[in-house]
Design a protein around this ligand. Structure first.
Ligand code: UD1
Length: 417
């Protein structure tokens, strides 16, 4: 197994190019199942989750040609209808094949994701929505079986705004008969990109990016041609990397409008953010100030930046409170940060962080994707050497992170355990 080794203490300088967004690329890849023909998606990041998605598409009978950042998917002959357990357990977003398969083939069989490191993460709202469109859902040996002759448009009011649920329902309703209205829909930028992509295939969707989305079902869709938007979470992670190391970094093609909540908190912490034509320049202050954050759905502070921001707050002057409201168990990075000298206490769904000048390198273990990123950030700011094991989590969602950081001056490399 591989590990990441970091010798901390170098202020990062220079510029970094942000890759395509994982959370946008995944639903787009699955949306290609809706059309009989060859779709082409560019700016697809080189990540393990994308490899898993390609594997799943291939198992369903799609021909996938992946070259550099371009994926061509020929979904003319979809024979399979099953997302097996070993793929769904590696990547929960595999459940996003449910909507497209049901709409295109009238049947889908998808393994239940089960527990996951950051909480229970059920898919009840996906299933409730599909049932409202007329699907018959049964549970059998850990699998969801869904069938429908033709989905029928309906009004669906989500109990809470779910990103994956909204995406699954958008894809299913695009080919349903009649109008579907999604209320209390998620508003994340990835939803907007998916709706725009579906519209470019011939769907009729209005209101994506707001809480109410109207979908007029159509009989068929054309293949997809699109370019994945830049990854706001990767951009945010590099912004924090600049801030925590006392650096000065230009984040090229950072999607500014998708980063407002994070930018506001960085500014409150004393970080200077300059809008430049080619991206956002992030300049660290002499001393970071403690600020409080509360994660919430977009446009609130993203839960996917919570762990990284906590690493930043370990170096700030004063005490900050970080409250997690989206997932119930997303503080696994706390124990590892404590091993590096961070002063953090858990109080229910909040973490209280007292800033310190002295993070020290230690052997630590990655527990999930964004937790891994927070350990890298802490390692960059710590004295001595940090070794991070179980980095396969990191490779799910960050494209060549150690190479990008090394190009900014960080002393970081990959090694065998
Ligand atoms: C997506 C993102 C993930 C991000 C999350 C929240 C992808 C591939 N993943 O995950 O990186 O952290 O949004 O921004 O895009 N819930 C239910 N029932 C459901 C569905 C969700 O109770 O049927 C709950 C979840 O347990 C969680 C909350 O709703 O507490 C939000 O989950 P959701 O928005 O669905 O997240 P994902 O789509 O899984």
């Amino acid at each position: 197994m591989e590990k990441i080794v970091i010798k901390g203490g170098v202020p990062l300088k220079g510029s970094v190019q942000i890759s395509g967004a994982k959370n946008s690329a995944l639903p787009l890849l699955f949306a290609t199942l809706l059309a009989d023909g060859v779709s082409e998606i560019t700016n697809v990041p080189g990540l393990r989750d994308i490899t898993t998605a390609v594997k799943l598409l291939s198992e369903l009978g799609a021909q996938v040609d992946r070259q550099d950042d371009c994926c061509r998917i020929d979904a003319a002959n979809i024979q399979g209808i099953e997302a097996p357990y070993d793929l769904v357990k590696t990547m929960r977003a595999s459940v996003l094949v449910l909507g497209p398969l049901l709409a295109r083939c009238g049947r889908a069989r998808v393994s239940l994701p089960g527990g996951c490191a950051i909480g229970a993460r059920p898919i009840d709202l996906h299933l409730k929505g599909l049932e409202a469109l007329g699907a018959k859902i049964t549970l059998d040996h850990g699998y969801v079986e869904a069938t429908a002759d033709r989905l029928l448009g309906s009004k669906i009011s989500f109990d809470l705004p779910t990103v994956g649920g909204t995406e699954n329902l958008l894809m299913a309703a695009a080919l349903a008969k009649g109008e579907t209205v999604l209320e209390n829909a998620a508003r994340e930028p990835e939803i907007v990109q998916l709706a725009e992509a579906l519209n470019s295939m011939g769907a009729q969707i209005e209101g994506a990016g707001t809480a109410i989305i109207h979908i007029q079902g159509v009989d068929n869709l054309q293949p997809l041609k699109c370019r994945v938007i830049p990854d706001r979470i990767e951009a945010g992670t590099f912004m924090v990397a600049a801030a925590i190391t006392g650096g000065d970094v230009l984040i090229q093609n950072a999607p500014r409008k998708d980063l407002e909540a994070l930018i506001a908190k960085l500014i409150e912490a004393g970080v200077e953010i300059r809008d430049q034509e080619d991206g956002l320049r992030v300049i660290a202050p002499l001393k970071l100030q403690a600020v409080d954050i509360r994660t919430s759905v977009f446009p609130g502070f993203p839960t996917d930046m919570q762990a990284q921001f906590m690493a930043l707050m370990t170096k700030a002057e004063g005490t900050s409170r970080i409250s997690e409201t989206v997932f119930e168990n997303r503080f696994m990075h706390v124990c590892e940060l404590q091993r590096m000298g961070a002063d953090i206490q858990i109080d229910g769904h909040s973490a209280i962080i007292r800033g310190t000048d002295q993070l020290t390198g230690a052997p630590v273990m990655a527990t999930d994707l964004r937790a891994s990123a927070s350990l890298i950030l802490a390692g960059l700011a710590a004295e001595n050497t940090t070794e991070i094991s179980r980095i396969y989590h990191l490779d799910r969602g960050y494209e060549q992170i150690e190479k990008k950081l090394a190009a900014l001056g960080a002393r970081i490399w990959r090694d065998e355990e």
